[in-house]
Design a protein around this ligand. Sequence first.
Ligand SMILES: NC(=O)c1ccc[n+]([C@@H]2O[C@H](COP(=O)([O-])OP(=O)(O)OC[C@H]3O[C@@H](n4cnc5c(N)ncnc54)[C@H](OP(=O)(O)O)[C@@H]3O)[C@@H](O)[C@H]2O)c1
Ligand SMILES: *[C@@H]1O[C@H](CO)[C@@H](O)[C@H](O)[C@H]1NC(C)=O
Ligand SMILES: *[C@@H]1O[C@H](CO)[C@@H](O)[C@H](O)[C@H]1NC(C)=O
Ligand SMILES: *[C@@H]1O[C@H](CO)[C@@H](O)[C@H](O)[C@H]1NC(C)=O
Length: 343
Amino acid sequence: MTRIVRTHSQKNPGVNPTSISPRQMPSVSYTMQNLFISLATIAVSSASLFFTLFVFLPLACLRALLPLNMKVRLSELRRNKVVLVLGASRGIGFNLVKQYANEKGTVIIAASSSMDILRKSIISLGETPASIQCHEMNLTWPHQKIADGIRAMDRLYGPITHIFEVGGLSNNIQDWAARSLNETREMISANINGTVTAILATYDLMKDRGYGKICVVGSLTGIVGPANMVSYASIKSFINTFTTSLRLLAAPCGVDVVCVQPGFIDAQMTRRLREQGGQNLFGSAEDLAARMKEGVEKGGRGIVIWPESHGAVMYALRGVNPICEELLKWVLMRLSMGKQKNN
Ligand SMILES: NC(=O)c1ccc[n+]([C@@H]2O[C@H](COP(=O)([O-])OP(=O)(O)OC[C@H]3O[C@@H](n4cnc5c(N)ncnc54)[C@H](OP(=O)(O)O)[C@@H]3O)[C@@H](O)[C@H]2O)c1
Ligand SMILES: *[C@@H]1O[C@H](CO)[C@@H](O)[C@H](O)[C@H]1NC(C)=O
Ligand SMILES: *[C@@H]1O[C@H](CO)[C@@H](O)[C@H](O)[C@H]1NC(C)=O
Ligand SMILES: *[C@@H]1O[C@H](CO)[C@@H](O)[C@H](O)[C@H]1NC(C)=O
């Protein structure tokens, strides 16, 4: 438990991560630098509002008026879909399988590390118009084994036209870097090493064919998160950056990359949080999956954010300067630990 005991901090102030000492108060030069950063942020954010309103909004209206065959290639409409979902056994991934399950002619490759849970979930769907294949894929496997696994699936059921990378180890609100170095290593192994390997192996196949859709789940936590979610939040920052950059690099090869940034979603990993109250704050995994499919199929959307209100708050918080960001991470940590104590 990460319960904070006051006497503990009096004995050893360096160890309590929630105490503040005068040494941590900002210096004058640092504060001046932060003021300058805030002024620049106001200017940039106003320019971004202006640009979106007068350049991107007219472009978006123009796109809405274009006929379908200019937005989507005809070969794409005729092609049978082969949709690979990594992390398909439950939560967001399983809801995504359900989204594609009623499409006749579509092949879904549902992959996860625990075949028992995966098979049970898929069997619960009964007969579906789409054909669903279960496949084992553990993202903590060595690189070569993951890449070989992707190529084997592509030969067996492919060519893969869509990949959704949803799988990964979830966070723990008590996540403390020092306490859980081993857990952090495992999270890096699945959520970074495994994810990047699977995505790049698929990208290589798609690039050569000049067609494909890649969708990877990052998180709004990767934008701003409580300090005690250090490993999970840094890993999600990596995924957000990796995916949004790959989008630009992959576009000329005909491969469309979409990053998903969920807020709080009603799934197993947030069950404890939900039990502590605020049930209606959470978005449903089904709604998110529907939006992921829509974003990937319709195109013209780099990031799928859901629930939208969570996205607006988190993106707005990107505008804080470094001093305020430090304070924000500390406040969020106190809030999340306060919730723990109410158990
Ligand atoms: N729920 C939220 O509020 C929320 C918010 C932001 C982002 N996200 C992200 O959304 C994604 C899915 O989350 P969820 O809420 O649906 O979580 P979940 O219910 O815990 O599902 C996680 C999925 O990942 C799979 N998985 C776990 N370890 C794996 C491994 N080593 N190799 C392959 N697959 C593995 C699990 O299947 P097996 O155990 O069978 O392998 C399961 O299908 C995660 O990337 C999560 O970080 C969730
Ligand atoms: C996934 O692989 C790791 C080691 O690579 C192993 O510890 C873990 O048990 C595996 N997960 C499942 C569900 O088999
Ligand atoms: C972390 O892993 C190492 C070996 O990989 C092991 O020796 C050590 O006991 C583990 N620590 C904890 C706290 O589990
Ligand atoms: C991630 O991959 C790198 C490069 O192959 C490797 O050196 C590192 O040990 C891996 N880390 C984990 C935690 O699996």
